[in-house]
Design a protein around this ligand. Structure first.
Ligand SMILES: C[S@@+](CC[C@H](N)C(=O)[O-])C[C@H]1O[C@@H](n2cnc3c(N)ncnc32)[C@H](O)[C@@H]1O
Length: 199
């Protein structure tokens, strides 16, 4: 496998098999409920993959809210579209986090679930995420693993073997540099959540 995008495209067809575990999906539902999203909000899910987070985000924002979900891997988006293209308040697109095609201040919240370690240019991506958030908007970076567990998990796949979460100090530096404040990081077995907001 030459690069990450090829790896994710090649993984798309079987990606949902990872979530055939009730304990994991219940955990994700519980995790999203802690994001404090509100009915009527517009949420951008970046690196959505096959859209595993979409039903939970929809539940949080309700029928008056909207979920925009993007990924750079076309095959992931294809599968996501087969599941969610007909849902009225969901939109899907092929986009790269480092170069988002949305007007400034479009979203109340941005979620990155399982994405952050894979970003090739974290500075550029964070700058884009900040740009598309409304003032007061929230950035939620989350994983169903701790940073150490992610490291061990990725080590088994050569193309993503070096994809790790920055340590807390570096994460804070990157977020501050991109214009985020109120940074809170929880890193514990089975959960990584980094919350911050655009002033
Ligand atoms: C580990 S998967 C997580 C997918 C999904 N959020 C989930 O938890 O099932 C990471 C996803 O991020 C996407 N991705 C990686 N780098 C990206 C980038 N720079 N821009 C957009 N998507 C990206 C990959 O194609 C992949 O679908």
């Amino acid at each position: 496998m030459k690069n990450r995008k090829e790896y994710f495209n090649a993984s798309a067809a079987t990606w949902d098999q990872r979530y055939q575990n009730r304990e994991l999906t219940d955990f994700i539902g519980q995790l999203v409920s802690t994001f404090n999203l509100k009915p009527g909000q517009k949420v951008l899910d970046v690196g959505t993959g096959t859209g595993i987070l979409i039903p939970y985000l929809l539940k949080a924002v309700g029928p008056t809210g909207h979920v925009m979900a993007v990924d750079y891997a076309e095959k992931m988006v294809e599968i996501c579209k087969a599941k969610y293209a007909s849902v009225p308040n969901v939109s899907l697109g092929i986009q790269r986090a480092e170069n988002l095609d949305f007007p400034p201040e479009s979203f109340d919240a941005v979620t990155c679930f399982g994405l952050f370690p894979h970003l090739e240019n974290k500075e550029a991506a964070l700058k884009q995420l900040n740009r598309v958030l409304k003032p007061g908007g929230k950035l939620i970076i989350a994983h169903a693993l701790s940073s150490e567990e992610i490291k061990a998990h990725h080590r088994t796949v050569s193309v993503v073997a070096h994809d790790v979460l920055p340590d807390k100090a570096e994460m804070k530096r990157l977020l501050k540099q991109a214009g985020f404040t109120g940074i809170q990081i929880t890193d514990e077995p089975g959960r990584y959540v980094c919350l911050s907001s655009k002033p």
